[in-house]
Write a protein that binds this ligand. Structure first.
Ligand code: ATP
Ligand code: MG
Length: 284
């Protein structure tokens, strides 16, 4: 039985559980008890605060974990990133009041910076020969400049909405983060490693299908070449004959974001009965 540490509630929880569900791993009822075994896969989930996940994996309390790369980098535990999972994307940035005329990184010399990520910040400042006073706060970092607690902040940014509503502006992007699968410093016993390999394989299949759609349509044979040119080439499309031999059925995988761009062109070329279907897994 492999034990995976997952955030018990918060910004990582929903997408982590969705990934696990899409990987076909089921649970009796996730009542968010501390430890929940799967009913169809040899894995159990240990629900923790995200701050505790790197440590739990480094010490072997859990075999693997899912957590933000930002926490991994801040906590400095002996863990390895096994897989990037592509969700909870955000960055760690320096931000200051909008009213300030920012002159570059040197501006931070002698200033006070509020953050929940003191280690990452300290390393960045040292590498850039900036001497600043780091003020550690956990939570609501963005209000610090407004109440005179700090000159700037170093915090998580995603859309930037929180910064705007606190009259702040992002001036330096320091680190890109996303949810990652982490493992401990030691090799796992063979049986656990086998389960882990299967899990990574499934996560990859789910991740690869993300944002992709299966497109199928009927195309007059005479328009086939035009249609093939319009389809963004993942691989060559599948072409199947139809009962009416002047027509064929064309199947292809596209990025969802490309759909509206190409649908009009397809129709102009004579394609009809265009269907877009969800893909939940992709195994090369
Ligand atoms: P916990 O109670 O488990 O300690 P927390 O309050 O420390 O939770 P959350 O706010 O739930 O943490 O964020 C968890 C992780 O989600 C962050 O460490 C970061 O990797 C990511 N994250 C945070 N804010 C955003 C955001 N706005 N957009 C995308 N990802 C984010
Ligand atoms: Mg936390």
């Amino acid at each position: 039985m492999l034990r995976i540490a997952v955030q018990s509630k918060g910004r990582l929880y929903d997408e982590t559980m969705e990934l696990i569900a899409k990987a076909g791993i089921k649970f009796q009822a996730v009542k968010r008890t501390l430890l929940v075994p799967s009913r169809n896969f040899p894995i159990e989930i240990l629900f923790l605060r995200d701050d505790d996940i790197p440590d739990s994996v480094a010490t072997g309390t859990a075999d693997i974990g899912i957590v933000g790369l930002n926490e991994v980098l801040e906590k400095r535990q002996r863990v390895n990133v096994l897989q990037e999972l592509g969700f909870s994307r955000c960055r760690l940035s320096l931000a200051i009041s909008r009213d300030i005329d920012y002159t570059g990184l040197q501006w931070f010399n002698g200033k006070k910076i509020a953050t929940s990520y003191p280690r990452i910040l300290k390393e960045f400042l040292n590498n850039n020969n900036i001497t600043a006073d780091i003020h550690i706060i956990n939570g609501s970092v963005e209000i610090a400049p407004g109440i005179g607690l700090a000159d700037g902040i170093f915090d998580i940014v995603s859309s930037g909405g929180t910064l705007v509503s606190n009259n702040l502006i992002e001036v330096e992007k320091i680190i890109e983060s996303q949810a990652v699968l982490i493992g401990g410093p030691d090799n796992l016993p063979a049986d656990k490693q086998t389960i882990l390999n299967e899990l990574i394989f499934r996560f990859k299949a789910v991740k690869d299908a993300d944002g992709k759609k299966y497109l199928l349509m009927n195309v007059p044979r005479k328009s086939l070449n035009d249609v093939i040119k319009i389809l963004p080439g993942m691989k060559s499309p599948t072409i199947l004959p139809l009962a009416d031999e002047n027509w064929c059925s064309v199947h292809s995988v596209i990025r969802e974001s490309q759909f509206w761009e190409i649908v009009t062109k397809l129709k102009i070329s004579g394609a009809e009965g265009i269907l877009v279907l969800d893909i939940t897994k992709m195994v090369p």
